[in-house]
Design a protein. Sequence first.
Length: 241
Amino acid sequence: MTNLPHFIQSPLLTGVAGVYHAFCGADPLPWRDGRTRLRRFFSIPPDSVGTLKQVHSALVFEMEDADAGNPDAGSREGDALWTDRAGRGVGIRTADCVPVLIAHRERPLAVAVHAGWRGLAEGIVPATIQALAARFGAGVFDGLIAAVGPCARGCCYEVGDEVAGALSPLPGGGAALRKGAVPGKWMADLLPVALAQLRAAGIAEARCDATGICTICDPRFHSYRRERSASLRQLSFIYLP
Ligand SMILES: [Zn+2]
């Protein structure tokens, strides 16, 4: 991953022609909203980037123009959005949940997935890959490239039995949990679960990338666990110029 002050990029995704992406961190200029930031910092028209009203579901949608215009919110309820149209992009907002961005080596494709522990348990990752296969055919698997952004990791993310019980049966769930300091508490790592689900859905390990960053202990990124804010989120986007 390329480390820059306010956003981070995946070398794998950066290598895909015709795709532009970033996992944004906390904005050094907090007065900037998502629209301003997309336009001024990344030179992307904000009215071309779609986002959803994220509800920790397994709902996947093709982007419509009505989804665009406000990267800090969204109106349609769902947690994964994709487009194959030039001049369009998709984004998700996270603070400890897992942002996953996906592109394709040969065809124009931009996919953004919001996957917290609930979304991972609901199956948002396999649902997204299945939706792409339904639209483009099973051959789509061969060209998919995925990058997992900053999220809550095992160094910091203490959870109770409910979250541990939801994660443990998932691909990667066993490796993601270790016992916490007291009974009934666990340290959970969302990254290996997201990566294992991408692999289980048909994306080879060599075509998955991860920042490895923990949002809770890296202050460059927003963390709900650390900040307890209802509004501080980072935008991760992928755009087809
Ligand atoms: Zn940490």
